[in-house]
Ligand binder design. Sequence first.
Ligand code: ADP
Length: 465
Amino acid sequence: MIKVTCFAGKRVALFGLGGSGRVAARALIAGGADVTAGDDQAANIATAAAEGIPTGDLASADWSGFDALILSPGIPLTHPVPHWVVKRARGADVEIIGDIELFVRERQHVCPQAPLIAITGTNGKSTTTALIHHVLQSAGRLCDVGGNLGPAVLGLSPFTPERHYVVECSSFQIDLAPGLDPTVGIHLNLTPDHLDRHGTVQNYAAIKEQLLSGVPRTGLIVCGVDDGPSEAMADRAEMSGARVERLSVRRPVSDGFYLDGHILMRARAAAATFAADMSRCPALKGAHNAQNAAAAFAAATHLGLDDEEIRQGLETFPGLAHRMERVGRVGNVLFVNDSKATNADATEKALSSYETLFWIVGGKAKDGGITSLNGFFPKIVKAYLIGEAADAFAATLGSAVSHEICGTLERAVEAAAHDAGLAAGPEPVVLLSPACASYDQFPNFEVRGAAFREAVRKLPGVTAP
Ligand code: ADP
């Protein structure tokens, strides 16, 4: 754990006692802060109290004595409406920050030279975070990974100058981290998401851009340029005089990395040279993963790794669970768990990576549903609809795609496995890529993915992929 000493002797209110909130409370207490913690749920308060975290009634507290409110990123700061605790803090002019802000202030305080690599974007954050961690570790660097992926940032190892911190940052976390100042700041892409919490896409984009604006002059900004808002961010960063590496998987760029077929190229002024062969990276299938690999290449180069070390890391990356994860095979039918695809944009990546598809889709639909995926409909032999979105998705598929409302995931796996087993073609794929949140039927996407794996495991004749 990292002790947060920069609040020593100060009074701090902390709200939201889930995993990262409790770690933050312990880190502040260990650093000498006087913490009063709260939560809307009695069970969370009880867990915190049992761990020795001082809890109190923040609704009736005198806020004039607090120096800061440490807010969990899950709690509404601005939209749909600010939470009552946010209003109390604002009313008393108390600053509102999150655990990543505590992390960066402490780093500035005790060890500013420890490299910090911060990653954001609508899609690809976790893959890129895990990939950079893997590349750095394979090259022998001391490296911790956390934030939105893995342990809370304040649960990572104490700062030392040679330790690298690879931190995934959601927009909610960035919104609470005005001092975020990474050595390498990475923004991958931007499509409308989480608008219930950010109001407008402009506001959402502005929050993501904060991660880039905080990169110091000696640092590096890495920015995808395949969507308009992200390209505009790269332009603004460059105009401000920062060092920017641009990433594209759609067209050549003059400074940065781009994809040419399955080859990742590095462009410098007038010349382009070979960086990596993506066909040698089995866990990084698809153009979207080439964008993640390009970000890792740019970051690792800035941190001093040579090209061969980086290629080794990309080629040996094991991949992450629930992201186009190959979970089993029956005969020539491959079963792929892409439960993490909770929006149409993420599902598009999986649909574009395979040819003969038996597609399990549905859950709690996002705005726009699956309408944007109609270009892939000809590849889909049949769709198996689950969850709340089933009727609406059936209407979207209409007569263009044969489909069946299955209701549950288990029923969908059985039906898809049966149909795919009869299919022609070299490798029919049964793909769970729901394009929906999981909350209507599962606690989260991990449990949904595990249920898919389990249903596949029960199929007669199943083998490892
Ligand atoms: P995040 O942490 O941002 O949610 P993940 O790395 O967990 O991203 O990937 C989630 C899903 O997003 C993947 O299953 C894939 O479908 C899609 N995805 C991954 N990388 C990218 C990318 N660079 N661009 C667009 N989509 C991506």
